[in-house]
Design a protein around this ligand. Structure first.
Ligand code: AMP
Ligand code: GLY
Length: 421
């Protein structure tokens, strides 16, 4: 088969890496890809929202499957577009990707089907939203409705902070007019977070191994939120009974609700969960693989990822065997100086050839005119160590993270420590 993956981050590098092991694939492309993906797939200079260019390329190249990895093209309907051209695509259609694309939709769905989540109100005008907010107490959470590159959520510790966030979203439109046209104001929940991703073909839900992300930029969860500074899997400190509770109370009922709504979800459904004293609750749903969760999940997958994608598209996921390795995986993100604020690009990266044990997933890299790999994003590399347990996997990830250099590189030193306390 000839397969095209859409996207350019560490997640896409991990997906391309997993697919590159499939004996069924004769040719892999990635659009637009990055400096690391280029070693495994032919990168084509077409970007994620260039729908016409993507479908023309797929036709010209006789592509058998287009795997759409990122949130933006899914929400904008790339899968629908490809299907309308007779091209097979993997990922939810726009009417199902809305579970990530609109937080108001997601909250209403969960409320309608009594699926556990934070209590909330939603608003599409500033004045009533502000009046409601003033009737509440901090801490409180303010969320822009639409996609905001992972930055649309403010966990406000004070009412001043909450009011400022609301104003930024609805009046300042800092995430754009559309993403900020509606807001969700919700209850602040406390507990450990867990990312539970699942393969879903409509009604059949097959959980992947659980993982945990680290969103704040600095150690001990300090500093502003990022796209994710590191992940690990499994979560030895979280009992299997909690994972089962999440499946039975949240993930399966959500898949069923989408079917009942006439929006069957086919693809990867990602539940962002929080383990509160009152049970597992939903923080968010994403309509795709997580980044950097994928960089620890796929290295543990023993089954051919292509077979799973095809089973989902054929509606035969229930019969598909899916096997996971017992190994632990820890991914440390190495970021650009300044990230998640403004950061320079084009810094030469050295030491990639010194890496010993870890998998190196490129998140934001490019190859410059001299063939040198340089930084090209906020999150630059994801270094995944694998080992018999979290301790060994961490050691391997950090040992190799230290062998790689670029000016001002930084990473969190406490990835996976929650599992070891
Ligand atoms: P999201 O983009 O929805 O995943 O939110 C980003 C982060 O904000 C989450 O990973 C949580 O750490 C935090 N968060 C979101 N909603 C809540 C909530 N209701 N209570 C506490 N923290 C939250
Ligand atoms: N790791 C968070 C996300 O992919 O949304």
């Amino acid at each position: 088969m000839r397969v095209l993956v859409i996207g350019r981050g560490g997640r896409e590098h991990a997906i391309v890496w997993a697919l590159s092991k499939s004996p069924k694939i004769s040719k892999l492309f990635c659009a637009p890809g990055n400096g690391g993906i280029a070693g495994l797939a032919e990168c084509v200079p077409i970007t994620e929202l260039q729908f016409e260019e993507i479908s023309s390329f797929a036709k010209e190249q006789a592509i058998d499957l287009v795997m759409v990895a990122p949130d933006d093209p899914l929400a904008a309907g790339l899968v629908d577009h490809l299907e309308s051209k007779g091209i097979e695509a993997f990922g939810p259609r726009a009417n199902a990707a809305i579970i990530e694309g609109s937080k108001v939709f997601m909250k209403q769905l969960l409320k309608k089907y009594s699926i556990p989540t934070a209590t909330y109100e939603s608003f599409d005008a500033y004045e009533p939203a502000l009046a409601y907010l003033r009737s509440q107490t901090a801490p409180i959470v303010i969320k822009a409705d639409g996609l905001a590159a992972g930055k649309g959520v403010t966990v406000a510790q004070t009412m001043e902070e909450a009011e400022a966030a609301l104003k930024d979203i609805m009046v300042g439109q800092v995430f754009g007019a559309s993403a900020g046209a509606s807001v969700v104001i919700e209850e602040f929940l406390t507990g450990q977070e867990m990312s539970l991703l699942a393969f879903v073909d409509g009604s059949t839900v097959r959980l992947m191994v659980p993982s945990q992300d680290h969103k704040p930029v600095f150690d001990n969860d300090k500093g502003p939120n990022t796209g994710g500074m590191g992940t690990y899997s499994p979560l030895p400190h979280i009992p299997e009974s909690i994972v089962q509770e999440a499946l039975v109370n949240i993930v399966q009922p959500t898949a069923d609700a989408m079917v009942a709504e006439g929006r069957p979800f086919k693809g990867v459904l990602y539940a962002g969960l929080i383990l509160t004293p009152n049970g597992v609750k939903t923080i968010e749903f994403n309509a795709r693989f997580g980044d950097p969760e994928t960089q620890v999940i796929l290295p543990r997958l023993k089954t051919d990822l292509l077979d799973i994608f095809l089973a989902i598209n054929n509606g035969t996921l229930a019969e598909q065997s899916i096997e996971w390795s017992e190994q632990a995986a820890v991914c440390v993100i190495v970021a650009s100086p300044g990230y998640p604020g403004p950061y320079p690009k084009g810094l030469p990266i050295t030491g990639l050839d010194q890496v010993q044990d870890a998998l190196v997933f490129h998140a934001g890299t490019a190859v410059d005119e001299n063939g040198q790999i340089v930084t090209n994003g906020g999150r630059v590399l994801g270094i995944t160590g694998l080992g018999k347990d979290i301790v060994e996997a961490r050691q391997k990830a950090y040992a190799d993270a230290d062998r790689i250099h670029f000016e001002g590189k930084h990473y969190r030193t406490d990835i996976a420590m929650k599992a070891l306390k």
